[in-house]
Design a protein around this ligand. Structure first.
Ligand code: CU
Ligand code: CU
Length: 485
């Protein structure tokens, strides 16, 4: 579960879970460690690794990833959303509503009075402070002293090369320099109050701001495949070179270690990838090619019944194949870079039911070439369990972590159908169809204060597929499933 989304697209449930995880990190004091790390990094004038230099982007990427992993220890479904201020640029944006970041500071005192971080809730007192922001109230002065960067200004940063250049610290003649100084700094100023201090992570919107900055770095890398993704290699100040340990983490945490955000385990909904191609188990091989240096092709297939599956590439192109799933494009199952004397890749793996993703790239990053890919089952599969519409509920069971169960039902007439789970297991329903296991209709992760999941959908006649999995990927449990018209 590593997809970072635009905050404007989050559901009410996703927002509530993000806020709740933050409040719990604050309550157990882990949140304040991030505020402290940021303050120390800004005050460390000897080796400023975090700001005003090339390591600005990798340093904040590492900070955000650690923060996100801490949130996920509380709620595995949470990722950090990003704030695209070229679109959400008004005080009326849902970003500032009281079910999410809360609103502006009040006049004069600038204390935030609405939302989960309001000063009088008792849940959000600033404990790591700056001389300019002594707390205990979070403060904001939205739009008082700066404008938000426009889409044109962001685009101007994205077209700028190289990543950075000498003089390494003050340059605005590079991508990093423009992004940090002309795009990032004004957003801190626009929010104002606590966000203008070395302790700016006291305002949780800090993480949404930096998530967007991190996303823009990823977009820049994808747009400039022939640029060095990071500079300087060794000519900069200590802490800023490609392989320098970054303070305070040290050790193997270097700019080089965070260059590929997907290898850290998260993605953006704006990542530039070729469209996903659906593979059918047992079908003829699909013809494909790596057309650009560095290209990754992504495939998807649905396993209905647990069993052993074989994914194979053919042809003269030497490819590396990685398998992810179930129901995740970041949870690695296995990888194969060379299956022997021929130049192809082959994965044979025992898979539970669910959706799987295959990534194919060239073994040599600078090379291109064509190949074919196919997936097949080692033996014929049993048919899917069928639910009778208006019949008795089916008893199901998530027996293993990450398992998903697939059912089918037939809509014989057009109309409203209700698919519902019952029991003590917190299930997550997904509906596909008609007559397709991959055409998503709707997902329901939580239908309210109860534990179960319900989908009500207007369906045309056809065969539909229902996937049931546990809300928490590591949990198991029994449930009942029924469909009524
Ligand atoms: Cu910072
Ligand atoms: Cu910042």
């Amino acid at each position: 579960m590593g997809l970072r989304k635009n905050q404007a697209t989050l559901s009410a449930g996703e927002k509530a879970r993000f806020i709740e995880a933050i409040l719990r990190l604050k309550a157990n004091r882990i949140y304040d460690e991030y505020v402290l790390q940021h303050r120390e990094a800004m005050n460390d004038m000897m080796r400023m690794p975090a700001h005003g230099g090339p390591a600005f982007l990798p340093w904040h990427r590492e900070l955000l990833r650690r923060f996100e992993l801490d949130l996920q220890r509380i709620d595995p479904s949470v990722t950090i959303p990003y704030w695209d201020w070229t679109v959400d640029r008004s005080l009326a944006s849902s970003l500032w509503s009281s079910d999410f970041m809360g609103g502006n500071g009040e006049l004069d005192s600038r204390r935030v009075t609405t939302g989960p971080f309001a000063f009088d809730t008792g849940r959000w007192n600033l404990t790591v402070t700056s001389p300019g922001d002594p707390g205990p109230a979070l403060r904001r002065a939205l739009g008082q002293s700066s404008g938000l960067p426009t889409a044109m200004q962001v685009e101007a940063a994205l077209t700028r090369v190289p990543y950075d250049r000498s003089p390494w610290m003050g340059s605005t003649q590079s991508f990093r320099g423009v992004l940090e100084n002309l795009v990032h700094n004004p957003v801190h100023a626009w929010v104002g109050g606590s966000m203008t201090q070395a302790t700016s992570p006291n305002d949780p919107v800090f993480f949404l701001l930096h998530c967007n900055i991190d996303r823009l770095w990823a977009l820049w890398q994808a747009r400039h495949p022939n640029e060095r993704p990071y500079l300087p290699a060794a000519e900069g100040m200590p802490g800023h070179n490609l392989n320098d340990p970054m303070s305070p983490w040290g050790g193997t945490t270097t700019p080089a270690s965070v260059l590929d955000h997907r290898r850290l385990g998260y993605w953006y909904d704006t990542d530039v990838v070729d469209s996903i191609i659906d593979l059918t188990i047992g079908a003829d091989a699909t013809q494909a090619s790596i057309e650009r240096a560095g290209e990754t092709d992504i495939y998807r297939f649905v396993v209905r019944t647990a069993g052993t599956y074989i994914i194979e590439t053919e042809g003269p192109t030497d490819v590396v194949m990685s398998l992810f799933g179930p129901n995740s494009d970041t949870a690695l199952v296995t990888e194969d870079d060379d299956s022997g004397g021929d130049r192809n890749a082959r994965i044979a793996s025992r898979l539970s039911a669910g959706t799987y993703f295959v990534r194919v790239r060239h073994y040599q990053p600078a090379s291109i070439g064509s190949y074919r890919i196919a997936v097949r089952s080692e033996r014929p599969q049993a048919p899917l369990p069928e639910i009778q519409v208006n019949g008795t509920a089916i008893q199901g069971n998530i027996e293993a972590a990450n398992e998903s169960d697939i059912y089918t039902f037939t809509a014989e007439t057009t109309g409203l159908y209700t698919i519902v789970t019952a029991g003590n297991t917190d299930t997550f329903l997904t509906l596909f169809g008609p007559n397709s296991q991959t055409r998503l209709i709707v997902t329901d992760d939580d239908s309210g204060p109860g534990l179960n999941s319900m989908i009500v959908a207007d369906l045309v006649t056809g065969v539909y597929f229902v996937r049931v999995r546990h809300f928490s990927p590591t949990s198991t449990g029994a449930y009942h499933l029924s469909v009524s018209r």
